[in-house]
Design a protein around this ligand. Structure first.
Ligand code: FES
Length: 132
């Protein structure tokens, strides 16, 4: 698979797309410039990300970036997930055109926001823990 074909494959065959009832972490991020939105949901099990779901209303590249990001998150610890940056997503997709880099930023921002949501849920007093 050549560069460019990776992104196209994820666009045509999105991985882990969909909604998730009862997520352990969830975030919705929006790019006000292009109007694209992505929502990322995570389920944790034994300290790792056991399931990832996303819904993106946006350009083809943002869909490819969400799909790739979801594969990069599966089975990762929270610390490892924090390393799934815009550069990491861009690299995994084979290198986006500069004009499309913000589509990887949308996916990376969703990851950071979901991790922050997980952290804030964990700090809530009386929060039940299913994260043994
Ligand atoms: S054009 Fe907005 S995320 Fe791709």
């Amino acid at each position: 698979v050549r560069d460019g074909e990776i992104a196209l494959d994820h666009y045509l065959h999105p991985r882990n797309r969909g909604d998730m009832p009862g997520p352990d972490a969830q975030a919705t991020v929006h790019n006000p410039v292009c109007g694209d939105t992505t929502r990322l949901s995570l389920k944790m099990e034994r300290g790792v990300i056991a399931q990832v779901r996303w819904q993106t209303e946006g350009c083809g590249t943002s869909i490819a970036a969400s799909s790739m990001a979801s594969e990069m998150l599966e089975g990762r610890t929270l610390d490892e997930a924090a390393q799934v940056t815009r550069q990491a997503i861009d690299g995994a997709l084979g290198g986006l055109l500069p004009a499309k880099m913000h589509c990887a930023v949308l996916a990376a921002d969703a990851i950071q926001a979901a991790l922050a949501d997980y952290g804030s849920r964990a700090r809530k007093p009386g929060a039940t823990s299913r994260r043994a």
